[in-house]
Design a protein around this ligand. Sequence first.
Ligand code: IMP
Length: 427
Amino acid sequence: MEGEIRMSNVLLIGTHWGDEGKGKIVDVLSENAQGCVRFQGGHNAGHTLVINDVKTILHLIPSGILRNNVKSIIGNGVVISLEALQTEIKDLMKNKISVENKLFISQSCHVILPTHVALDIAREKSLGKSSIGTTGRGIGPTYEDKVARRGIRIIDFFDTNILKKKLSISMEYHNFLLKKYYHADTLSIDDTFDKLLPIFENIKHHVCDVVPLILDLNKNSNIIFEGAQGTMLDIDHGTYPYVTSSNTTLSGFISGTGIGVDKAHYSLGITKAYSTRVGHGPFPSELHDQLGLDIAKWGGEVGATTGRARRCGWLDLKILKQSIELNRINGIALTKLDVLDNLEKIKICIDYDPINYENFKASNIQYIEMDGWMTSTVGITNFNDLPNNAKEYISTIEKISGTKVVMISTGPSRHQIIILEDIFKHQ
Ligand code: IMP
């Protein structure tokens, strides 16, 4: 229609096991967006951003918070630790970043209780060798309670009588499990109430019904929907049971925001130039040798949340193809290309037999091998300046995945990026 302003939204999804570098891409895109929405996960996520040499790690608050022009919104699908939220707000303030009038939290978010954390840790301990390798943040038990209809939502904190009642029901059950089943310490319901309520009082002005806010904002603003973790950690479509407890894929965007799928105009897959995984579970293209350790060192592959070393391997294109289907991905942002600068030979994993769920191993793993570029790509902003072998690597990914690479990240900072397409032009 003539004269009509048409706004465009981008959905960002990690195509593998998380840690693809979504935070940086959100930061780059948010220059042209006015809203940034998270829709699942909790403070198990870790988004590292480097702006003017200052490093900020965000776990819960959307990465758009670093821009003054952006409203950061936490959708109903996210589980919230009030303590972690408070710490993150304080840390941002230390870096002179205010959240006032910029941070909005859905009243329907479920709250992570200290007993959820205790249960997460006790369960992992009891699983021994077959533990999931969770972040120990209470994510799984909180989502369990949500589905079991005994969860506590932020909205419950507005009425202390309701809160007291719900806290008792929930924590008595948790304490029973902790004591009788896991032989672990229990936690005081009164202490929890006394600890969480003042934190809520400090942040309650951020809590609202975010759906009308998102819809209203979208009348004249671009919005980024920021996924956490990655496709292979999706509770339904990932490498179950070595997954997180939410839908990290397109379906999580729908249920975790309350707005329609038609609002995701462009789905951007965030793919690291090699693959990594933190925690346990199958990883067919994993490198078990010194090269895996070298890539981890060059790429700084240490978990932003837990400080655990990430497992590294060759880029898995079989998974990328699955991700593209599952998330209706329109284009790929390829991150950390520069980490491969030193390699003489680079492999890409293209196929393997279905993963054996007895031993979680894949067999008949097939690779293609290419010559590396052996020169620095750090900070390159123009595609034509890339070495030919790097261009070849990118075009091989495009050919096999059938999807265009639209952004290439060549370093941790905001400006170290090649942008090949204005993705906000899509509707
Ligand atoms: P949980 O989400 O803490 O329950 O952990 C379940 C699995 O997801 C574990 O393997 C974690 O290492 C992994 N995980 C959770 N959050 C992230 C993330 O942000 N990046 C990468 N892996 C994650």
